[in-house]
Design a binder for this molecule. Structure first.
Ligand SMILES: NC(=O)c1ccc[n+]([C@@H]2O[C@H](COP(=O)([O-])OP(=O)(O)OC[C@H]3O[C@@H](n4cnc5c(N)ncnc54)[C@H](O)[C@@H]3O)[C@@H](O)[C@H]2O)c1
Length: 316
């Protein structure tokens, strides 16, 4: 029998937490949000307002969305009736250690305790817990109410039942979970992103290309390709009818020879300042709201092509 998740606690309501709150409420969950930020009520209201039409475009019924999201004064109140807790506080191991100790004490015994952590594995902040069996990483990509992947990464003491339930939970809110069986800092998504970012920074530092032109290269080649086939299937097809074998044997050696020449950017204070200036020069004439609106509109268009079953025409 499928488990039903009815109440979610969102702990930490910055960029990621607010987006999770909108997604969970869009799927009919009751959501309790907590964050010490003084403008919590306004931030929640504004994010639900901007996410609602986007969730509707993905086929969700957003009537009463805001009524399903309540504010909690603290962690204890937020997690009181929770079936699942999604933590989105600062990316700091000490913070997460302390917070998860509180969550383990305060949340109902059946509640899953999930962290959005980008790079810190669960084992790094659960060592002092008597029972870490229900704590694991559920790492999303920004903004989680639109980008479907969630990296589910158990720690060494996470129970198998919690992994199964986390997968079930994320599927129940329309996400695509992938379980990663071995902890490594940055998990898979951010390691891949970082590998590309490192070379991108290097190329800009070396004066090979500007930030805006580099974005154009990625958006119109690798980004487009990878949203449909991924690196391995892409290479399998790049090898023509001979497939991955032909690619590995034909072009592989020339690609591998390039590995030694891949760059490490300096990114000292001077280079970092220059890069910030170049990015602001490229995009600083448009507001954050304008840029995110365009990003989200494009991502929804791609999503509706990739996953037509979760668009308005075919609501779940
Ligand atoms: N921004 C991203 O692209 C991204 C993507 C995936 C995962 N993450 C991860 O999600 C987590 C949150 O990142 P973010 O980008 O939303 O950060 P953020 O700075 O936007 O938000 C963090 C929030 O935590 C709140 N906070 C501080 N102390 C708290 C406490 N004691 N209880 C509850 N809330 C508290 C802050 O007030 C703030 O609103 C991090 O672990 C990060 O690595 C971020």
């Amino acid at each position: 029998m499928r488990e039903s998740f009815t109440t979610a606690a969102v702990v930490g309501a910055g960029t990621i937490g607010l987006s999770w709150a909108a997604l969970f409420a869009g799927h009919g969950l009751t959501v309790r949000v907590t964050d010490p930020r003084p403008d919590l009520a306004e931030a929640v209201e504004a994010r639900l307002a901007s996410a609602a039409p986007q969730l509707a475009a993905c086929g969700l019924d957003v009537r009463g969305l805001a009524d399903r999201v309540g504010l909690a004064a603290d962690v204890t109140e937020a997690v009181r009736d929770a079936d699942v807790v999604q933590e989105n506080g600062p990316e700091d191991v000490g913070f997460k250690r302390e917070l998860f100790a509180a969550l383990a004490r305060e949340a109902p015994a059946h509640a899953l305790l999930l962290s959005s952590s980008s790079a810190i594995p669960a084992t790094a902040f659960t060592g002092e817990l008597d029972d870490a069996s229900r704590v694991l990483i559920g790492h999303p990509f920004n903004p989680p109410h639109l980008v479907p992947l969630v990296e589910v990464v158990p720690g060494v003491r996470t129970g198998e039942e919690a992994v199964t339930r986390a997968v079930e939970f994320y599927r129940s809110v329309g996400r695509i979970p992938v379980v990663e069986r071995k902890e490594i800092p940055g998990f898979v998504g951010n390691r891949l992103q970082n590998a590309l970012s490192r070379e991108a920074l290097y190329l800009v530092e070396q004066g090979v290309i500007s930030p805006a032109d580099l974005d154009t290269v990625v958006m119109n080649s690798l980004g487009l390709r990878w949203s449909t086939v991924g690196p391995f299937l892409g290479a399998h097809l790049g090898g023509g009818p001979g497939g991955y074998r032909h690619m590995a044997e034909h072009i592989g050696p020339s690609m591998r020879r390039m590995w030694d020449g891949l760059g490490t950017p300096e990114q000292g204070p001077e280079q970092t300042e220059a890069l910030i200036g170049a990015v602001e020069h490229a995009y600083g004439d448009r507001t954050y709201a304008e840029l995110t609106e365009e990003r989200d509109r494009r991502q929804i268009a791609v999503l509706s092509a990739l996953h037509p079953h979760i668009t308005k025409e075919n609501p779940r």
